[in-house]
Design a protein around this ligand. Structure first.
Ligand SMILES: Cc1cc2nc3c(=O)[nH]c(=O)nc-3n(C[C@H](O)[C@H](O)[C@H](O)COP(=O)(O)OP(=O)(O)OC[C@H]3O[C@@H](n4cnc5c(N)ncnc54)[C@H](O)[C@@H]3O)c2cc1C
Length: 394
């Protein structure tokens, strides 16, 4: 295998694969000169995991072997990035050193279950659940079916996360499930944030949904410990530091997350640990041969696959301009989309950009839940993901 490539892409997830495909379709001379570094045997369609957790999607439909998604003309190095040196333009992946002319960082976000005492010990047992780990998503639905009384507790951390509204998806579908099955179960939501949603229109709509459904919710409450034996969750108030405990029969945890720690000493990260790129061009603020998109980047939007789909054409056009010694001229406006199922079959589709002003694709009011949005998320999005986005079509 050669050790130098015109373009090296770190991470073969949604951002890495779609970017490789698009670059190769636009610049045929890059054939065999694009390297994707990705350790995983499988590529996952993560947005479907909450649907698996609520029992309406099959887990196996959410993964494909990585070799099947690597685009023609790209090379795959199955290894973990250990370090990057943007001055020498070198990447260390396991024990291999690769040099590049241009680099795209698409390493995604890291899950930090260690921040919650007991989480690693109990997940997958005693109805302690999470929809963020492939191996445990089915356990969420299994636990839901077995929960006949008590509290179902859904948690969300203060940190930035991917799939920003997956906790709310669980909350509402589980509420629907227990009502349909006439169970005496209370649904409780605790979030480490100081607001439910960052855009007022959807925030208002979600709050009225929670109030109508009698969901007990509290903000500024960060999950710090889960005890699966005693079925107790411990929360720390992020404003005054007070500790509260909540008993549960079942708990669904969204863990805190952070940027790619392997790049900590590379000079590529900002003070908060994200790849430090210009929010419009996605070019690195210091190293002009480096670009980033998706969850690992500092782009100040909600981290979603839908955002990656918008970032993709802009990044690729800008990268090609840079390769032609031009200034990048294309601009990403922060557009992202957050689908929130409010029950089985109904969904709110929040769409907005950096200005936090709704920017909706349809002529319908997308803050009102609709069957058509739910069908779109459940049936159309996976097709668009596997057959369009991963092929580089934005
Ligand atoms: C439960 C859940 C629900 C979600 N719901 C939605 C939704 O409804 N709608 C939506 O649009 N998005 C949703 N998302 C978010 C969406 O999946 C991500 O935003 C998207 O995958 C981001 O793409 P990415 O390429 O930045 O990261 P990823 O797709 O996560 O890819 C990162 C890649 O980097 C690789 N990697 C990590 N470390 C290394 C290393 N050291 N060396 C080499 N490779 C490495 C990983 O193996 C991975 O393949 C959800 C995600 C989850 C988990």
């Amino acid at each position: 295998m050669k050790k130098h490539y015109k373009l090296v892409i770190l991470g073969g997830g949604a951002g890495g694969i779609s970017t490789a495909s698009r670059v190769l379709s636009k610049k045929k001379d890059l054939k065999d000169d694009v390297l994707i570094i990705e350790p995983g045997d499988y590529h996952y369609f993560q947005p479907a995991w909450p649907l698996v957790g609520s029992g309406v999607e099959k887990l196996r439909s959410t993964k494909k072997p990585t070799e099947k998604v690597i685009p023609k003309g790209a090379r795959w190095l199955q290894a973990s990035v250990k370090n990057a040196d943007p001055v020498k333009r070198e990447i260390t992946a396991d024990s291999t050193v690769i040099s590049y002319e241009y680099l795209i960082v698409a390493l995604g976000i890291e899950l930090n279950y260690d921040a919650i005492k007991g989480a690693k010990e109990f997940i997958g047992k005693n109805s302690v659940c999470t929809n963020y780990l492939y191996d445990f998503v089915e356990y969420t639905y299994e636990s839901l079916k077995n929960t006949k009384t008590g509290n179902i507790l859904v948690t969300k951390p203060k940190s930035k996360i991917k799939g920003g509204v997956s906790a709310e998806n669980s909350l509402f579908t589980m509420d629907d499930f227990v009502k349909q099955h006439d169970r005496h179960v209370d649904i409780i939501f605790r979030s480490g944030r100081d607001e439910i949603f960052e855009v007022k229109k959807y925030n208002d709509s979600l709050i009225s949904q929670m109030e109508e459904k009698h969901i007990d919710y509290m903000l500024n409450e960060e999950l710090v410990e889960v005890n699966g034996d005693e079925k107790i969750a411990v929360f720390k108030n992020t404003v005054n530091g007070d500790i509260h405990t909540v008993p549960f029969e079942m708990i669904v945890i969204t863990p805190p997350m952070h940027g790619p720690r392997v790049l900590e000493n590379s000079g590529l990260l900002d003070d908060e640990g994200w790849v430090d790129v210009d929010k419009h061009t996605m070019m690195h603020k210091k190293y002009t041969t480096v670009f980033s998109l998706g969850d690992a980047s500092s782009l100040p939007t909600v981290k979603m696959g839908a955002a990656v789909r918008q970032q993709l054409p802009v990044l690729v056009d800008n990268l090609i301009e840079r390769m032609n010694d031009k200034e990048p001229s294309h601009k990403y406006d922060g557009k992202t989309a957050c689908p929130i199922a409010t029950e089985y079959g109904e969904l709110i589709l929040a769409e907005f950009g950096y200005d936090r002003i709704p920017s909706e694709t349809t002529f319908l009011n997308q803050a009102d839940d609709k069957k058509i949005f739910y069908q779109f998320k459940k049936n159309m999005l996976p097709i668009m993901y596997w057959h369009a986005m991963l092929k580089g079509k934005g």
